[in-house]
Design a protein around this ligand. Sequence first.
Ligand code: FE
Length: 158
Amino acid sequence: MRNARARTEAGSAAEIQKSDEQWRKELTPQQYRVLRQSHTERPFTGEYVHNHDDGFFRCAGCGSRLFRSDAKFDSGTGWPSFYEPVFAEAVELRPDNSLFMRRTEVSCRRCGGHLGHVFGDGPAPTGDRYCINSCSLAFEPATANEDRGDGQPPVTEG
Ligand code: FE
């Protein structure tokens, strides 16, 4: 709760606020460590590293659509990598100077869950590389008759 308050004061309150106990109950231990404690999963261990299926990657914490399979590329890093989020407001970016590095943290705007980091060495068209922990994502396969969401963000205001 203290973290949630700090974010509120910083003007970036997540829409979904849950107690630490609640998150612990809902997430696997690994998801809890990554999403709520900003840990990083070991590279090449996540189930979506080599996923090339068509669909959306949702937040494993709250279900918000975060990335589209079209924007996924093979970075060789061992983590799912995307050149852009499904729409800019789906994620929140913050400076992260921990571990003696200057990085930009990527989190889910809706629930505040830590997803990974974004780097400036990605491919065209954006040049960005969103390096995302597999376990913070839940893949939603595209269905034949589904609108791919172009220009139509899902109902995840905030
Ligand atoms: Fe989320």
